[in-house]
Design a protein around this ligand. Structure first.
Ligand code: ADP
Ligand code: MG
Length: 231
């Protein structure tokens, strides 16, 4: 069995519906979707060791099957620059989570590369009752949430269709470059759309997928948060 099917089967066996971020990101990696480097620490010293291996600055996040919105419970700490900042953040995150949601099971703390901030895009997928797996693309923040400036396609999505999805949103000039803003890596986004489409087509047990946000650069892109929900 492939690595992706193995993860999905073990989540199913544990009667979970929501994948942990490290599980979702491992699946992304199997489909060549670029994600931030990450390791799951079970102890404070381990978090420091992983941070040193990954390279500062790092981000720490709670890993719990009971917490979907990690920042809502104080479960995300960004831009940690030293070992002692990592130690402190590790303790703060655990204290915040215990305080906000005492019943939450805690699997560990995710240590990950801090992606330089840039234009954020969102790639998502839902399994529509009528059309099956459907892929969504839009820019992060107000563009999707308030302006509903998004493009949808029924999977499978070809590279050409993915490129059309990107050019058809109103915010496209933000990606294409304007005035002295350089063009961003549209090809990298199109590749992630195609990979996402392939993932949800291959694995129909996925009900929802959310790569939010993906930082897009002049060269390349990086997924900083990934969520997968099973049927
Ligand atoms: P939540 O479960 O609350 O959605 P996220 O993992 O999305 O938690 O983290 C919250 C925010 O922190 C993200 O939307 C992003 O702006 C920022 N962030 C998270 N991880 C990283 C990272 N590795 N590098 C840079 N920014 C990050
Ligand atoms: Mg998020």
């Amino acid at each position: 069995m492939g690595k992706v099917s193995e993860i999905l089967a073990s989540v199913c066996k544990e009667n979970r519906k929501n994948l942990l971020e490290p599980e979702a990101k491992t699946i992304c990696q199997e489909y060549n979707i670029p994600v931030t480097r990450f390791e799951v620490a079970k102890k404070e010293e381990e978090a420091v060791k992983f941070a040193e291996e990954i390279g500062f600055p790092v981000v720490l996040k709670i890993v719990s099957p009971d917490i979907i919105h990690k920042s809502d419970v104080g479960g995300v700490m960004l831009d940690l620059k030293t070992g002692s900042e990592v130690e402190k953040a590790y303790r703060t995150i655990l204290a915040n989570v215990i305080n906000h949601q005492p019943s939450a099971k805690i699997f560990g703390v995710l240590v990950q590369e801090m992606a330089p901030s840039s234009t954020e895009v969102i790639i998502g997928a839902i399994k529509d009752n009528q059309f099956g797996p459907t892929v969504m693309f839009g820019l992060g923040g107000i563009f999707v949430e308030i302006l509903k400036d998004v493009a949808f396609r029924i999977a499978p999505v070809t590279k050409q269709e993915a490129e059309l999805m990107i050019t058809e949103i109103k915010a496209y000039p933000v990606l294409k470059g304007y005035r002295n803003q350089p063009p961003l890596d549209i090809n990298a986004i199109a590749e992630i759309i195609v990979s996402t489409s392939k993932l949800v087509t291959d694995h129909q047990e996925i009900k929802e997928l959310d790569l939010n946000p993906i930082m897009v650069y002049e060269k390349g892109a990086k997924t900083v948060d990934a969520r997968i929900i099973l049927e």
